[in-house]
Design a binder for this molecule. Structure first.
Ligand code: SAM
Ligand code: SF4
Length: 343
């Protein structure tokens, strides 16, 4: 028996918001549905990744169940990510199932972060299931460089995916990792291209997550320096938009588009953090940059009830750390890869 057993899920959420000890309300869950991917981006994965055995990864039923318990606890926004979510078999069925929470208003937004390679096949269905916005990661518009950065990817597939998404009425935000050597000079052209097509673009600093072959320090590009450079020829107007995450937004007056900066290394965004992350193995991380972890898969596979799951989630959130501890140089702040945690 837990303190929530007698209370219907909606009432629990309404009367007991998911609060941590710093009075931050958790309303946003990112769920990684797989650690696998059809690309091998140099900053994300090792060339020869060892992927998890299937038995360790949550089944689609377990993913739906745990996500639904979070929604019962007041999570309003959910982002599905990976690895590459669209390579997970049965993924569209999961989206279809979770979309019932959009239909009844419990969930305000269901969204997706994808590399875009399989978007052309799925965009129409994603829109039909109630997704309104998606994030597509793209670091260059040069086919050769794209192939190098992703270790074998085909840019044309991603561009076709973007076309299909826009044609299906999905709002698209491009995520671009800023890499000192590889795409720094191309970034203004990428921004102009995205804005010309009516897409927002967000720049991301490389984060020290997981051991990979390359030394990230020499690819680190400070976004504050980049922002100063862009501001020397564009007018960047601060936007009040705060998503509860590490992104800050400006409007580029000359292009009319929105530009975001995700700077986990150079700015502290933790005080307004509203999010937690669930890995594809059912581990809940309440902070991207700390090693705190709660095993929700064990609760489910040991026969726990939804109330047990809810209690484990509440306990984990009470332990949400005040902030992260990322630093450039030295060992990764956390050993897990971004593809395991979900970006
Ligand atoms: N495969 C999908 C994709 O690429 O959009 C979703 C998962 S991916 C891990 C999510 C985001 O994390 C991508 O935008 C990717 O560029 C970013 N990312 C991966 N590794 C990163 C790192 N070390 N530092 C910063 N961003 C990273
Ligand atoms: Fe795959 Fe996304 Fe990681 Fe690239 S960033 S390897 S597309 S999971």
């Amino acid at each position: 028996m837990t303190p929530y057993d007698d209370i219907p899920a909606q009432a629990t959420a309404a009367t007991q918001p998911l609060l941590d000890t710093f009075a931050r309300r958790v309303s946003y869950l990112r769920v990684s549905v797989t650690d696998r991917c059809d690309l091998r981006c140099v900053y994300c994965m090792a060339e020869r990744m060892v992927f998890l055995p299937k038995a360790e990864v949550l089944t689609l039923e377990e993913l739906d169940r745990v996500a639904s318990v979070f929604i019962g606890l007041g999570v309003k926004k959910m982002r599905l990510t990976g690895g590459e979510p669209l390579v997970r078999k049965g993924f569209m069925g999961l989206v279809g199932g979770l979309s019932r929470h959009l239909g009844n208003g419990a969930l305000e937004e269901l969204t997706l972060t994808t590399n875009g390679t399989r978007l052309a096949q799925h965009a129409v269905e994603l829109a039909a299931l109630g997704l309104r916005r998606i994030n597509v990661s793209l670091d260059t518009l040069k086919p050769d460089l794209f192939q190098t950065l992703t270790r074998g990817g085909d840019l044309a597939q991603v561009l076709a995916g973007l076309e299909a998404a826009r044609a299906a009425g999905l709002a698209v935000k491009i995520n671009t990792v800023a890499l000192a050597r590889d795409n720094a000079a191309e970034i203004p052209a990428l921004i102009q291209w995205a804005h010309d097509l009516g897409m927002d673009l967000t720049l991301i600093e490389t984060m020290p997550m997981g051991e990979i072959e390359a030394d990230r320090t020499d690819q680190y590009l400070s976004l504050s320096a980049l922002r100063d450079d862009l501001a020397s020829y564009w007018t960047l107007e601060d936007l009040p938009l705060n998503t509860g995450g590490p992104a800050r937004y400006v409007r580029v007056r000359e292009t009319g588009g929105r530009l975001g900066f995700i700077t986990p290394l150079s700015h502290n965004f933790c005080e307004a953090c509203n999010r937690v992350r669930l890995t594809c193995t059912g581990t809940l991380h309440t902070c991207l940059g700390q090693d705190d972890a709660t095993d929700l898969r064990a609760v489910m596979r040991d026969g726990g009830s939804d109330a047990d799951l809810a209690e484990a989630i509440r306990t984990a959130i009470l332990g949400k750390p005040k902030g992260h501890d990322f630093r450039i140089g030295g060992a990764p702040a956390v050993a897990r890869h971004m593809s395991t945690t979900g970006g």
